[in-house]
Design a binder for this molecule. Structure first.
Ligand code: AMP
Length: 397
């Protein structure tokens, strides 16, 4: 089956066409600046050159048409016609409590997704626009919604409730949901496979350390806790997001800087994290490691705070699961940044991880970092959210 995987943002659209029998990516690309001046599509067929073109794209429907044009193009295309696309898998950010797994898209499902728009006002409407655009451009092609939140719906109430008046949960569904679920599910499954074990027999901590970052506790196959909350702002210090902080800081900064609460939250999302902690130097861990090695104390401080927070979460989740068997690092920094992994490694050594510094040098490959005989197996497992979405789509269609 050929599945088109789409990830629609408010002004962007990322895509991959995946053959789900071979699990090969046939082509991938990105439409940027949709609805703005200078919109462009970058498209790359497997094994071929990447092509980038400036194309006016007034909305997502035009963007989807451009994607189809590229996929069926005589020179850079990989399929003869639209009819070869068997299904579309959409990445959906928030499924609230309405979705505990992926769903085939129909009117009822769309209505249930819309009900969650309040919970992710920036992401969900954009995801829905992507669905509607596909319905326009390829009517009749089955579509599946795969939610970032669904995998974490197994969290027990004690893990997802905030210590605030209960009425806010009843009235507004304010609770912890967690994100990156597709990745936490994929990586925990793959970690068990690599170890030749059943995920149902393992307590796994997955550290998804990308620009956005979260940790999850996957106990015997189910997510029982994760560090992101109502929104992706909670938890770890991230590239540009603050992660956990004293909520009183919001009104404090608002008053001192003459800002609204929404403006402060925007700063916590976009100008904080290691970018903020490094005094604006960078949100990219490569830059911070390089600057830190060159003696930049502010960059080093940002990395120290980052690694400390990840280490604390791992400790907390070992307690939450009353033990841990496997710790898996994934996403940009988790897969590729040996320095960051080594810094985190120092905090979790006491669990019996025995990370071998030689093995820890790898980048982006499935690798067991621990010595043989380690009490807790620590590993790198590259994530692949697009493949996970394609698999889910094929399964449901
Ligand atoms: P992601 O959001 O998963 O794309 O992750 C982005 C983060 O991963 C950035 O902060 C990068 O510094 C880090 N990263 C990506 N590739 C590498 C690499 N080859 N070496 C070190 N860090 C990397």
């Amino acid at each position: 089956m050929k599945v088109l995987v789409l990830n629609c943002g408010s002004s962007s659209l990322k895509y991959q066409l995946i053959n789900t029998e071979t699990e090969d990516v046939l082509a991938k690309g990105l439409c940027e600046r949709i609805g703005m001046e200078g919109s462009a599509i970058a498209h790359q067929p497997a094994g071929g050159q990447k092509v980038k073109e400036l194309v006016p794209m007034a909305d997502h429907t035009v963007a989807v048409k451009n994607v189809i044009d590229k996929l069926t193009d005589k020179n850079v295309g990989v399929i003869a016609s639209l009819a070869e696309i068997d299904a579309v898998g959409h990445r959906m950010v928030h499924g609230g409590e309405n979705f505990t797994s992926s769903a085939v898209i129909n009117d009822e499902v769309l209505k249930a997704i819309e009900e969650c728009n309040d919970l992710a006002p920036l992401h969900n409407p954009a995801n829905l626009i992507g669905v509607r655009s596909c319905q326009d451009v390829m009517p009749g092609v089955p579509m599946v919604a795969v939610f970032d939140t669904a995998f974490h719906q197994t969290m027990p109430k004690k893990a997802y409730m905030y210590g605030i008046p209960y009425e806010y949960y009843n009235k507004y569904k304010i609770r912890r949901y967690g994100f990156h679920g597709t990745s936490h599910d994929f990586v925990s499954k793959r970690a068990a496979e690599i170890l030749n074990k059943d995920r149902k027999d393992l307590r796994i901590i997955v550290c998804h350390l990308g620009n956005g970052a979260s940790v999850s506790a996957v106990k015997y196959g189910e997510s029982v806790d994760t560090s992101m909350g109502l929104t992706p702002l909670e938890g770890l210090i991230m590239g540009t997001r603050s992660g956990d902080l004293d909520p009183a800081i919001v009104s404090f900064i608002a008053e001192k800087e003459n800002l609204t609460a929404a403006q402060v939250v925007d700063i916590l999302n976009k100008k904080s994290g290691v970018l903020g902690l490094s005094d604006g130097l960078s949100n990219d861990f490569r830059d911070l490691v390089e600057a830190g090695a060159a003696g930049n104390q502010v960059a080093k401080g940002a990395l120290d705070a980052y690694a400390y927070r990840v280490g604390k979460y791992i400790g907390a989740y070992a307690a939450a699961m009353k033990g841990v068997d496997v710790i898996a690092f994934t996403a940009g920094a988790g897969e590729n940044n040996a320095e960051v992994r080594a810094m985190i490694g120092e905090y979790i050594e006491f669990l019996g991880t025995n990370i071998d510094p030689e093995r820890n040098k790898i980048r982006g490959e499935e690798t067991i970092l621990s010595d043989e005989g380690a009490k807790v197996v620590t590993m790198v497992v590259p994530t692949n959210e697009e493949l996970a979405i394609a698999r889910e789509t094929a399964r449901l269609v």
